[in-house]
Design a protein around this ligand. Structure first.
Ligand code: MD6
Ligand code: FE
Length: 199
């Protein structure tokens, strides 16, 4: 495994997860999920997304980028909930706070293809990822798409950090184990990734 990868199972206990879901719900009023689309093909992602923070990651037929506003409501994104800022402070070992928190929602059947997160300028900062709800199979490889991969089950409350060498590792979500968690009333999985965008 590349240096700087961290897998922190059961980082959040059940109570912390429940409180975090409440905070996320409150920050999602007037900040609904949108369906991102692939650049060029315009094919929809199976994952729904929204963001918190000064900047949010969006994708449509014209490309991937960070924007200050929501693509459909045109409003600025809500602030990053306090407990997420605390997780960043605890884990990132980075001097500056995150600009963006991408919120991904997977229903059973949704997937995220193997990709690298490289739309950020500040590649010295890690990406900190928090999983809530249904279990997912996460796959991570190396710096080249064809490098061998390892898989981990990400359960509700688990945290993953891509820092150091692993910051530009290929990774994705192969499968969601539908009905594996009782945390989210309507089921499915939430993934929150905290990112620093600008240097
Ligand atoms: C997910 N995670 O867990 C997708 N990206 O749903 C990511 O794409 C990811 O876990 C950067 C760093 C950590 C991650
Ligand atoms: Fe990613």
């Amino acid at each position: 495994m590349l240096d700087g990868f961290q897998y922190l199972p059961e980082y959040l206990n059940r109570q912390a997860q429940e409180e975090l879901v409440d905070d996320i719900r409150n920050h999602m009023k007037n900040n609904p999920f949108f369906t991102p689309r692939m650049p060029r093909s315009n094919n929809p992602f199976s994952v729904k997304m929204t963001n918190f923070g000064e900047l949010g990651w969006v994708s449509d037929g014209t490309g991937y980028r960070y924007e200050k506003t929501h693509p459909t409501t045109k409003k600025t994104w809500p602030s990053i909930p306090r407990p997420l800022m605390s997780i960043w402070e605890d884990i990132s070992q980075y001097k500056n706070p995150p600009h963006a928190c991408l919120v991904n929602y997977y229903n059973s059947g949704a997937k995220m293809g193997l990709h690298v997160d490289n739309d950020e300028e500040d590649l010295a900062a890690p990406v900190v990822s928090i999983s809530l709800g249904d279990t997912a199979r996460f796959r991570i490889g190396g710096l080249n798409r064809k490098d061998p991969t390892q898989s981990f089950k990400l359960h509700s409350g688990d945290v993953v950090v891509l820092g150091g060498q692993s910051r530009l590792a290929y990774h994705g979500i192969d499968h969601i184990y539908g009905g594996s968690s009782t945390l989210l009333k309507k089921g499915g999985r939430l993934n929150l990734t905290l990112r620093r965008v600008n240097v």
